[in-house]
Structure formats: structure tokens, C-alpha cells
Design a protein around this ligand. Structure first.
Ligand code: FUL
Length: 473
């Protein structure tokens, strides 16, 4: 079952990743750590502009690269000179992290940090205990100096230091510090709270389980398991099937709650490159990513890299606004909201469902399989459907079908596997007076779906696939 912090994180649904730093000024994806800090000199830095552009897309949180692999720090760390304080920007008095955190707070966005453990500048890198202290010092600065931090994002890159030795990271020590100073913060990727989806292309699995079977008895990455959660290959095709769970169980494994996060950039690179100004993803590409990630039981972390001015480029700003406008137009009205819902069951018992405090949560718990019918109170036109599971007791639905009443018969319109936090699916616009969901396979009992956990929407700009003209999928 999810922790409270994982549930709150899941509800964010859509966050922005912001790659900004030395690489922005040297036009590279990975700096070497030998760059002159004087190169960092945004001419018109404006964190308020970032936040405004990001909010226009309907994004609810922002994660900034406080330090990337080149080691240059966007805040004036006391533990290195390789930072904004040695740059000409704001005469060395500036602090990007502080301005971004303040802008997020003002705009009501969650604020998180990416801090690269791999540091190509820091001389102590490779001298493991010494570098771990250095890294923890930097982490502590970020965790204590900038108000609430909602997420700490760690990638696993690791290399040898100048001493020719491979750095061994003290993950447990890093995590302990985060839990101590920011107990609400989610630790992602190389961390116990959110897992990498396995690609950087915005793709999710058809069956995206948040319940994952792991072989190791220890959740934490360690020397033998630098990749993260013990025994987990984040790129494996199957992470959560019953077959895999059974196989892992035979090896003495167990289940953890480990929801997926989809990191993908709005441009080809993670950092800004002027040569990519005309390669901003199209609205249709972004919509596709949104529907498969947010609508596929994952959180979307869309990277938007500011340019050398320290602003988000006009092309990206425009695209973010288009995306937000389109999502707002689509999800403004839940056409299933006034619906009368009836459910039929195919199982042995009906019992009251009570929460941990003994309050009645729902009239009946449903046996494994149920059929839910929504009477829409008249004909409604829709082309998007949404289903959500109540995750407080875990993720249980394995397969479902969605049918639309065509006046005479039920017509199967979609069929899918996992639901989890949210499932969104699109189909050619159809007008109907009632719809139904059939649960085809579940793991134990499922809470009755309520109108808040089911939705029908109409995307007014989506041309039916196959219709004449543009296929505006
Ligand atoms: C990776 C890094 O190497 C990339 O530069 C980028 O920051 C990506 C999100 O994580 O591990």
C-alpha cells in the first residue's frame, strides 16, 4: 500500500523538470567539470517567467537541477567555489535555487531538487567517505535553506574520481538526511518512493503496476546493487504480473509500493540548445505522452529547459499554453458527474466497508468482479473516459472493458489492463445515454467506483481518427 507521501505525490500527476546550469551556456548535455564559472551568465533570469509558463500547462510541481554532473551549483554552496557565487551573474550574489523555490511557493507549485551524485568537478569524488560527507553537506544545505522540498531526484550515474577509484555512494546516509529534514519529500529513481519508468521517451507499459515484486530483502541500493531498489530492473517489461510475483516469491521476495514516473523532455535534449528551437514536441505528441503517462498510472515529469537568458523560450511557452488550454477544455466538465450509478455483482458476499477508524466508506465491498452502469441522464457526447482506483488498500484491477450503449446493445469501446491512480483512454466521439465498465479480472475486492472515480469528457478539438482532414489525436 502507498505511504501518505507517495499518495500525495501521485495526486500531483504532472510536474516540470527544469534542466538549467553550466550546460546551458556551453551548449552541451554533460559538462566536464572543468568549465569556468564565469561562463554562467544568464542575461535576463526570471524564475517567475518559468513558473508562469509551467503553470499554464496545468503542471503542479517543479524539480530544478541544483547540480548536474559537471558539479556547478545553482546555489552558493559553502562547500565549493564551483557555483553561482563565482559567476558574473548578479555579481556573484545570486541564488537560482532560492529564486525558483520562492517563485514556486508564490504560485502554489511544489518544489523539488535534482542533485547529481556524480560530480565531475569535486576533487574529493572517488575518495568515497570524504565525498559522501561533501555530498551530504550540500544536500543538507538544500534541505534546510529553501523551505519545503517535495521531491529529491537522484540518478545513478557513478564513475571514478581523480584518484582513479570508483565512488561508492552512501545512499542510506543520503536518505536518512532527507527523511530527517524533509519527511514529506519523495525520493525518486535511485530512491525508495518513486521508480523510473524505464525510458526517456514518454512511454508507459500497457500494465503499469505500482505494486512491484522485489527479490532483495533490503530496499536500499548498496554497493552490490547500485541500480536502486534491490533486485529491480526498472526497464523490465513485466514488473507486476501475478506470474512475476509468484516467481519472485519463490526466491523469498516481497511486494513494495513503487509507482512509476515518466521523465521526458519537451525538446530532444535535457538542456537548452538553440539548434533545437524548432524541435519542441508538437501538441499532439505532448497529448499522447499525457494520456499514456498521467492516464497510464504514472506521474509525468516533463522537462522544460530555460535558455541562456534564463527564460523559457517562446516556442516552449506557446506549446505549454496550448497543452494547458487543450487539457482544460477537455477536462472542464465531467459528463458522468450527474450520472446514476448502479452496480451488479457476481460474487458471494456483500459487506460494509469501513476505514481504519471504523467509518463506513461504502455500502458494500464488491466481490472480485463487478459491472458498473452509469445512466447519464440524457444523451451525452464524449470521446475520453477516465477510471480511477481507490489506492488506499492497494492496486487491484487487472483487466476491464468499457462499453457504450448504442440504443439497442452494449458496444465494447475499450478494453484495458491496470487502472491504478488514473486510466485515461480516448476513442472516436460517441453519443450515448449510458455506459458501463466491466471488471474482468481483479486481485481481491475492489471498492465500488463512485462518480469521482469515473469520468466521461469531451475533447472538442479532437477529430475522430479516420475522419476526413487531420487526425488530431
Ligand atoms: C540522467 C542524466 O545523465 C541526464 O543528463 C539527465 O539529467 C537525466 C534526467 O538523468 O541520468
Amino acid at each position: 500500500m502507498p505511504s501518505a507521501r507517495q499518495l500525495a505525490w501521485q495526486a500531483l500527476e504532472f510536474q516540470a523538470f527544469v534542466h538549467f546550469g553550466m550546460n546551458t551556456f556551453i551548449d552541451r548535455e554533460w559538462g566536464q567539470g572543468t568549465e569556468d564559472p564565469k561562463l554562467f551568465d544568464p542575461t535576463d533570469f526570471d524564475a517567475g517567467q518559468w513558473v508562469e509558463a509551467i503553470k499554464a500547462a496545468g503542471i503542479r510541481g517543479l524539480i530544478v537541477t541544483a547540480k548536474h554532473h559537471d558539479g556547478f551549483c545553482l546555489w552558493p554552496s559553502r562547500y565549493t567555489e564551483h557555483s553561482v557565487k563565482s559567476s558574473p551573474w548578479r555579481e556573484g550574489k545570486g541564488d537560482v535555487v532560492s529564486e525558483v523555490a520562492a517563485a514556486c511557493r508564490k504560485a502554489g507549485l511544489k518544489f523539488g531538487v535534482y542533485l547529481s551524485p556524480w560530480d565531475r568537478h569535486e576533487p574529493s569524488y572517488g575518495d568515497s567517505p570524504r565525498y559522501n560527507e561533501h555530498f551530504k553537506n550540500q544536500l543538507r544545505e538544500l534541505l534546510t535553506g529553501y523551505g519545503e522540498v517535495s521531491e529529491v531526484w537522484f540518478d545513478g550515474a557513478c564513475a571514478e574520481g581523480p584518484n582513479g577509484k570508483r565512488q561508492v555512494y552512501d545512499w542510506e546516509g543520503y536518505y536518512a538526511l532527507i527523511r530527517e529534514f524533509q519527511p514529506g519529500a519523495v525520493i525518486s529513481i535511485i530512491g525508495p518512493d518513486a521508480r523510473w519508468i524505464g525510458n526517456e521517451a514518454g512511454v508507459t507499459r500497457e500494465s503499469e503496476w505500482s505494486v512491484i515484486a522485489v527479490t532483495g530483502m533490503d530496499d536500499l541500493p548498496n554497493e552490490n546493487n547500485p541500480g536502486g531498489i534491490a533486485g529491480l530492473d526498472a526497464q523490465a517489461e513485466d514488473l507486476g504480473s501475478l506470474e512475476r510475483i509468484a516467481a519472485v516469491a519463490r526466491q523469498g521476495g516481497r511486494l513494495i509500493w513503487y509507482p512509476g514516473q515518466v521523465d521526458v523532455s519537451i525538446r530532444p535534449g535535457w538542456f537548452y540548445h538553440a539548434a533545437e528551437d524548432d524541435k519542441v514536441k508538437t501538441l499532439d505528441q505532448l497529448l499522447e505522452i499525457y494520456y499514456t503517462s498521467v492516464g497510464g498510472n504514472a506521474q509525468l515529469l516533463l522537462n522544460i529547459p530555460p535558455d541562456k537568458r534564463g527564460r523559457i523560450h517562446e516556442n516552449d511557452v506557446r506549446r505549454l499554453k496550448e497543452l494547458g488550454d487543450r487539457l482544460r477544455a477537455t477536462f472542464a466538465v465531467n459528463l458522468a458527474e450527474p450520472a446514476k450509478i448502479s452496480a451488479t455483482y457476481s460474487g458471494p458476499t456483500l459487506v460494509d466497508v469501513r476505514d481504519k477508524r471504523g467509518r463506513l466508506v461504502a455500502g458494500h465491498s464488491l466481490p472480485a468482479l463487478g459491472v458498473f452502469v452509469w445512466e447519464l441522464g440524457g444523451a451525452k457526447l464524449f470521446n475520453v473516459a477516465m477510471m480511477k482506483e481507490d489506492l488506499r488498500e492497494g492496486q487491484r484491477i487487472e483487466a476491464f472493458a468499457f462499453d457504450v450503449w448504442d440504443g439497442r446493445d452494449w458496444k465494447e469501446t475499450a478494453r484495458g489492463t491496470t487502472i491504478g491512480w488514473k486510466k485515461l483512454f480516448r476513442f472516436p466521439a460517441v453519443e450515448a445515454t449510458k455506459v458501463r465498465v466491466r471488471l474482468l479480472k481483479t486481485r481481491g475486492e475492489v471498492f465500488p467506483s463512485t462518480p469521482e472515480r469515473f469520468g466521461l469528457f469531451f475533447d472538442p478539438f479532437r477529430v475522430n481518427p479516420g475522419a476526413k482532414g487531420v487526425d488530431n489525436r
